[in-house]
Each structure stands twice: as structure tokens, then as C-alpha cells.
Design a protein around this ligand. Sequence first.
Ligand code: KIV
Ligand code: ZN
Length: 565
Amino acid sequence: MTGYEKYTPFVPQPIENRTWPDKTITKAPTWVSVDLRDGNQALIDPMSMDEKLAMFHLLVDEIGVKEVEIGFPSASDTDYEICRELIEGGHIPEDVTIQVLVQARPHLIRRTFEAIRGAKNVIFHFYNSTSTLQREVVFHTDVEGVKKIATDAADLIYEMAQDVDPEMNLRFEYSPESFMGTEMDVAAEICAAVLDHLHADEEHKVILNLPTTVENCLPNQFADELEYFLRRLPGRERAVISLHAHNDRGTGVATTEMGLLAGAERVEACLFGNGERTGNVDLITLAMNMYVQGVDPELDFSNMERIISLYERATKMQVPARQPYAGDLVFTAFSGSHQDAINKGFQYMEDQDGEQWMVPYLPINPEDLGRSYEPVRINSQSGKGGAAFIMHHKFGFDMPKAMHAEFGAVVQEESDREGVEIKPETLYRLFEDTYLKVDGPYRLIRNKLNANVENGVARSHFYGKLRHKDTVFEVEGDGNGPIDAFFNAIHEERMNRFTFIDYKEHAISQGSDSQAVAYVQLRMQDGRDVFGVGIDHNISMASIKAVICAINRGRQIEEAAEKAG
Ligand code: KIV
Ligand code: ZN
């Protein structure tokens, strides 16, 4: 067998009247970070002591995790040292519990008890593999054999726990490793035996961590397994049910979420899904998925940039651009229709004065993650709305709607030519080249503009000296506003071949300087519309500059058409 035939399909656990599909997640589970253990052991370049300490403080001080698996102290000297440094260096807040992992082997258990001396809150986490595959391939033993490994370890741990400092709040955790590949009746039998041997009761609950060590089934099939397991577990109330999903099928998040529906109350996870192979389930995605369903995740990810930067420094891993809630590209929209809808969503919320988040294509307000909103990004797939949106929100130019298409076409041409994303700086340069740096054929050399009110009627007088190629000419006219006065002034001139259509103005601050920007829409003789933009400290001058800009642009278009024949 060379291809897919060599793989054995998962055999689902039969279950009747499953209840988990009708449940919803209404409350955060107990979160456990395994970044310093499962995450660290999977790094090409494991974290140094300083990096581990920085990661620990990030997790507990900033994110708010209350249980942290800090390592495998019996398996490595550096894990032993970090454990001692955390305890002796006073790094562990009163309300935080450290968790240490150990294989179910006597000498390693003894060494682990040494590692935790002096700690206040400890979870002693031991495991052995119980799956059919591992029983056959690795341990060459049967169910009784793996059960005995677990219960012997439980006996030793319970016995040694009697001698620890009574001040220590010591709890136990057992993982039937590869739970997902274990027959559920067997898993329940072994876990029940472990609970018995650890003298678990409702006052002294033992954590049963049920790992998806290697994902092997659909998330709903895992949830079926879990619901079935819990039905079969004698004395379920003696246990805290914990999940520990890896992500081999890319469904670690779904497996965990469905596992919570099926009765789990605790989750072990890593930041950004770091961990063995495809990683552990991502703590951030799980927590923020709850957040956007209106459930308090009881974790703080409001400074995502800092979390990313510390994580990348410590692990030398990179957060992918499309990582949920965190990637560089997750709050951008390239498609024009998405960009339009996002703009409308923001406008709608503003108009409604509403607090409920109602922005299409943005499932979360980026500001909740400490991200400044980088609204839209422009590539050849983007429409006119995106460019206008960036010009408005990043540079303050609120173009009239009718102008969006004209500027959008300029941007589209550049994007097609360059074949790359148009950055905001490039967008601004295009705007500047198209509207603000238009230099001819008409140039205003000198001008005087008077505006006053006579008998309650606004009057403007415009005088200007203009240059057209080598010809200099003067114009003068009156009107009921500056634009009217200007058009009356150029009445006799060749430049008067455009019909005024519309006008818009607003204030704009560039640096500390506040100016006015005016947009003018003129209609050319062939019926096409052309826009001009003017900026000046004086609003009337801004509008006249905008008219001249539009006339010049119109003339350039006409001249190009004349040349093209
Ligand atoms: O993935 C796993 O099964 C583990 C156990 C040691 C809990 O990491
Ligand atoms: Zn694991």
C-alpha cells in the first residue's frame, strides 16, 4: 500500500442521546499555559532562563493566567533550575499555581518532589500513555499493565505528598496520554483507578487531563468520546476535567470548544498555538472566540503587539500573518466590496451611536487587541472605496463620494502597473501628484480676493493674473461667492469651457497646521467630470485653487485626447 490505503480510519465511539451539541459556552474554563513545557520542548532553540522568566511574567502578570506548567524538572537540568528560580526568586504571585510534569516513574517522581520545595501552590502532573497503539508498539503491555503504571505512580505520589510542607497547596493531575486513541471504557477504568489511588473526593478533586496528544478524529467525534467517557467514569464529581488538544488536523480549537460543550472545565494551551509538531491548541484563539461571543474569557489580550514581540523574541518563532486575532493581515480587507462594507459598518455605528459591534468583515474591534485600526489595504482587487477610506482616515482628506471613482482609477492603474500592494504613503503620493501638484497649463501668478456682505448679500470680488504657457493675462470679476466670482472673471477666457457641478470643503490639519481643503467637480465639454483639489489657510482661496486644479486637469485630459487624435 503506497497511499491513503495504509491509514486506518478512526472508529467513532457509539453514543446514544448525546447532549453536548445543544450546549453553548457561557463561562471561561480554567486556563493553563503549557508554553514553558509543551511549547518550550518543541522549540528548535529552547528558551533561556531569562526568556522563560519573561514568558512566565507575561503569562501571569499581563495576560492573567493562573495556572502555568513550568516544565519537566526531572527530565532536564534547565527545567529544574527554572523551577527553583521561580520559587526562590519570588516570581510566583500568591494566586498563581505552578504545574510540573513528570512521567509515571518512581525516580522521576522523587526528583520532581525535590524541585517543588518551598512553592505555595503546585499541581503535580503525572502521565503515562494508555492508547492501543502505544500499548502495542511502545510498551508491549496490556490494559492492566498501563493501569498498574498509573496506579503505582499515584500511590507513590500520594505517599510522598503526605510529607510535603503542610503550607503547600498541592494538587494532583493525571494525563492518560493519547486519551483520544484509547478505548473510552479503558480510559474511564484507568482514570477511575487513579482517582481511587489518589484518594480523590469532592473536597480534594484530582485533575484528569484528557489529551488529544495527536489529533485523529473530527472534533464532534472527540466530543462524543468525552461525553461517553464522563458517563462511564465512576465518581465524576471527584475530578476536574481538563483538555489538552494538539492540532495535527488543524482542528485543535474546535476539538477544545466541543470538548468544553461535552463537559470539560479546564484547558491547557499555548500562545499562538506553539507546541509539538503542529502545536498545542492556541490559547488566544480560544479566549478571543469566547470574547466575540460576549463571554468574558478572563484573560487580557489587549496588548497584542507586546505579546507578539515578547513571544517572538523568546521562542524565535513567528506569528503568521493570518493568525486569528493576532496576524499582521487579519484586520485588513483587500477586496473593494469588503472595504465598502467596513466603511458602512463604522458609519452605521457612528450614526446609531451604538455600542454593539456591527462592522461586517471585522469580527472584533482591533482596538480590543491594542491594534490601531489599519482599515483597508489596497491591491489590484481593491475598489475605489478603500483608497478613499485610507485618504480619509489616515490623511484626513474626506473626498466627495463622486470623486472616489476618479481617484480609485488612478490607484488601480498604479496597482496594476506595479503588481504589489499600494502602501498608504504611495497612496498619498498618488493623491499629491494627481491633485496637489498639478502645475499648468494655467498658473495663478497673483490674485486678490475680497469677500464681504452688502445689504445682507454675500459678495466676492476676484482679481487674478494668470499665465497660460507663454501668455500672461489678467482677469477680474464679481460673484456671490469666490467660485462664482472666479468663473465670472474668466468668462471671456478660453479656460472657461467647464461647467461647475459641485463643491465640498472641510478643515484639515497637517502637523500642527490647520488648513482648509476644497474639492471641486467640473463637467467637461464631452460630458465627463473632472475633479480638482485646493489647500489653503483661507477657505475661499482653497476653493479657487481647487477650480484651477480641476480646469488644469480637464485641459490635460483634453490635450491628451487631442494628441491621441
Ligand atoms: O500531548 C500530551 O499528551 C502531553 C501530555 C504529557 C499531557 O503533552
Ligand atoms: Zn502535549
